[in-house]
Ligand binder design. Sequence first.
Ligand SMILES: [Zn+2]
Length: 495
Amino acid sequence: MAMNTPHTLRASDLLFPTPVSIEDRDGSYRLHSTTTIAASPPFEETADTAAALLGCKRGGEDILFKHIEGLDDEEYRLSISTVQVVITASTTRGAFHGLSAVRKLALINDNILPACRVCDKPAFVWRGFMLDCVRHFFSVDFIKKLIDAASLFGLNRFHWHLTDDQGWRIPIDGWPKIEEIASRRSELQYNDGRTYGRLYTKEEICEVQAYAHKRQMIVIPEVETPGHVSALLAAYPEFGCTGGPYEVQDRWGIFNEVLCAGNDAMLAFFEDAIAQVATLFSDPYIHIGGDECPQSAWEACPKCQARMKAEGLTGEHQLQSWLTSQICAMVHKNGKRPIGWDEVLDGTEEMGLPDDLIVQSWQGIQGGLEASRRGHQVIMSPNTVGCYLDYRHRDSAEEMGNLGVSTLRQVASFTATPPQMDEQAKSMVLGAQGNLWSERVLSARQAEYLLFPRLQLLAQQLWNPREADENLNRIELLTKYCEKLDIHCYRGAVE
Ligand SMILES: [Zn+2]
């Protein structure tokens, strides 16, 4: 046999995110189509998934999923010898992460699994990514491809941005103009009257969830309130302060037309819509938006002013927090937990917010600091330190991307618990997300280029945070993973 064949590589050189503990051993196990997989309860389904993903079959114990008590929720042990692969865990989540480690070794090393022993578990519970499917309508096939790749690197939350100024993508029974009007926009750069966008069907939404759940990934739908609602207002202009007319926007920005907080018919719509979303999506969270809501329309609206008076509110900021509380109550009524962008904190110093509202800190880290100080759990996705993956990879006019820069080094050194946080604040941080807004994304291939390898680096920092240089030294490995996954990634300079 020739020297330097692929199987002389060590598992510790190949696994990413770097496991918490890994010991390389001599020899390797060769995976092939007759390799068999067995599982002890409750891992039969994981074993089925493993057989499908690894191209093996159920039956004997070449690969064995073993259940033991006492490991943490997502923890796993992996032992690869020359004769057997054993994955040990206490939960199906842990067993799935063990499977992902095997799958990565098989993928990157031509089905030859270098012998090793791994003990591994994630540092943070919330390891997510957000995809804006409003500005660009991504196909279900592409969403599944992304979920698969993200789960392979240990991410476990898919935040699905589904309503905004430029469209509404969730079917809502009994409100026909959602599909007729809110789901599509006129493409103003063409003069032939063409429109862009559609709803996802309920079947597609269920298909995405089933696919994600097989990969131990939770799906969080986002329904924007009270701003970023032009599409909804175009369909139901009575929900706005002026009564319209409004249009589904084909421009990017922040629009002054927002939900009329004085309008009970608008509240009735959301009562119904949130209930339907809560039924359609089976996981425990609903994101209610809350970002970038101008209040000028409320200042000029007699109905909003009457609401403020009736509720004893002293300013429009308080009207936003009143409305946030109303929407949160609808989410609670349906047994779900609300998440909001960090503007939900504005104007709530006196009024407060529901205790269980999770705050997503996007405008830098300040929102996270403030929310954690006030007792809210926090998801960090600061646009200032690398979490906005629609930003360019480097500060160059030749690079694709929108608005800002998120360098590989920023992501590689990202910490979800920055040093400005004291121990109490850090204890409120669930984890973090990378967000891909899609105003300037025209295709799935462009999305891949923006997401990778930054999403892999973020996954490392949420699984097992390392020094930036250690992560950046492995960019070539990440690129190779992308090749194997048919993902077009950024290959330019590291800055
Ligand atoms: Zn109003």
